[in-house]
Design a protein around this ligand. Structure first.
Ligand code: FA5
Ligand code: MG
Length: 455
């Protein structure tokens, strides 16, 4: 029980403040300026702890480990994979749907996930004693740098930039983010988020349409529904536009009959705040995103005091798992081509249903051949015939087959093809000799039926 509660508290940025009043985390300890230092001298060694002064290379930078460092090599190995920028990965496809859906927003992608502590926490008002700053929750590269724990780390630097970049206060940030979190079917230490932000000013069309003349009302106190000095009517317009746009997007992917619910939440950087939960096909509610009206103090500090706005942070894996029926979050990091080949479409809104891959090893064999000499045969040549033969003979043992190389010999214009066949059974590990046998049968059929010449 204790563990369950503490995990809920640890997990996200959305910690309800009064949870801190429970005796799980005594106030005196949380309020202490030395709280984090106390944590540093924790007596147990943890995964990722390193000897002081060790060099850590992350992308092009080298850091020296200190007593804050807790990022394990296994996590560093994932940095730079850039799944959201790599065609053929489901995270790329989901990112593309976001880039298209929010096409009037500027899209920022900061490929280096190492940010300073200030950006990850202070820039968005995360209090000094907030639980998410602890070494148990965040990956520290050293005392001054962390692996960003959310794309909100980039909010502050984009507010001004997006006006310079010609987008009127609208931007998205897509990136890989890292957390010391539990690992289960829907949580991973490395995952992806998309931050979507929109700012408004007086005279914006949405405000005019809703008869809101002024975003601000100097007499307005802070209430549960509204920040101090905000016009409640303007807040409502902003809330509605944020919620409608993102719900429409999620329903475009997961179907218009999807059941959703907005739940009140708490984030240090927004007020009021919500989370969107959706009903999964197995009847459970799953949290997809956190959002809210941006704390005015953040905008004021970034020179945007005449704007109000909304921000949201969406988990890409959760969406991709439901869109493609991918059963386990760890699969996104696999290099298994049996997985990746299923996501090679260039049409991001294409509905792909993932077929589970085998857990047995692949056997990869190539076939290279010259296409037939006669012009007549070359003219009626179709790669589909090659695939038909491969499938006819290889049957369930063939997981994939692709043309991987094609070239023309200068001296006589003959064309060479190379097909790569990936053999893998769903039921057992295949032996080399049985795969060899099948492979030779395929070669023979290509010669007999399509008149190719094996090279
Ligand atoms: C945040 O990260 C806030 N920065 C979101 C936000 C942005 C709020 C802007 C307000 C304004 P949270 O910790 O709840 O919030 O994470 C957001 C989403 O990321 C979750 O709803 C979930 O979809 C996804 N997520 C969180 N932790 C994990 C994890 N360990 N593995 C996979 N997905 C995760
Ligand atoms: Mg959350």
């Amino acid at each position: 029980m204790l563990r369950t509660i503490s995990k809920q508290i640890y997990r996200s940025f959305g910690n309800v403040p009064n949870i801190f009043q429970t005796n799980l985390f005594p106030n005196s300890l949380l309020k202490s300026k030395n709280y984090c230092l106390t944590q540093q001298r924790y007596k147990f060694k943890r995964v990722g702890d390193r000897p002081l002064g060790q060099q850590l290379q992350i992308l092009d930078s080298v850091y020296q480990s200190d007593e804050w460092t807790n990022v394990p090599d296994k996590v560093i190995e994932l940095i730079g994979r850039d799944l959201y920028r790599t065609p053929g990965n489901p995270i790329y496809l989901i990112s593309e749907t976001l880039r298209q859906n929010y096409a009037d927003h500027h899209c920022y992608e900061f490929t280096n996930p190492v940010v300073d502590v200030w950006s990850n926490f202070d820039s968005i008002l995360v209090p000094e004693d907030h639980i998410s700053r602890k070494r148990t929750d965040t990956f520290y590269v050293d005392a001054k740098h962390v692996l960003r724990a959310h794309t909100s780390a980039h909010q502050s630097c984009c507010f001004e930039k997006c006006f310079q970049d010609g987008k009127d206060g609208k931007f998205i940030v897509i990136g890989d983010v890292y957390r010391r979190d539990e690992v289960n079917r829907t949580h991973h230490a490395a995952f992806h988020q998309c931050e979507v932000v929109q700012l408004y000013q007086n005279n914006d069309s949405e405000m005019i349409k809703n008869n809101v003349n002024d975003l601000f009302d100097l007499n307005q106190p802070r209430t549960e529904l509204c920040q101090e000095r905000h016009n409640p009517a303007a807040t409502k317009v902003v809330e509605n536009e944020m919620k409608t746009k993102v719900e429409d997007y999620i329903k475009r992917l997961l179907g218009k009959n999807l059941e959703t619910k907005w739940v009140d939440a708490y984030f240090p950087f927004t007020h009021p705040s919500w989370e969107l939960e959706i009903k999964t096909p197995d009847g459970e509610w799953l949290e997809m995103l956190g959002c809210g009206i941006i704390e005015q103090k953040i905008l004021d500090r970034c020179g945007q005091s005449n704007h109000i706005g909304w921000a949201l942070g969406l988990g890409l894996e959760r969406l991709a798992m439901l869109y493609y029926t991918i059963p386990d979050i760890r699969l996104f990091w696999t290099r298994d081509t049996g997985f990746l080949v299923q996501f090679s479409t260039l049409e991001p809104f294409e509905r792909i249903t993932y077929r589970p891959i085998s857990s047995y090893p692949q056997k990869i064999f190539d076939i290279s051949f010259w296409l037939p000499v006669s012009e007549e045969r070359v003219n009626e040549w179709s790669p589909n015939d090659v695939h038909a033969i491969i499938l006819d003979i290889g049957g369930e043992m063939v997981e994939q087959a692709h043309l991987v190389d094609e070239w023309k010999r200068a001296k006589d214009g003959r064309i060479s093809n190379c097909y790569r066949i990936v053999y893998r059974s769903m039921e057992r590990a295949l032996t080399n000799s049985e795969v060899n046998l099948i492979h030779h049968k395929i070669e023979k059929a290509l010669i007999d039926q399509l008149h190719v010449q094996i090279r």
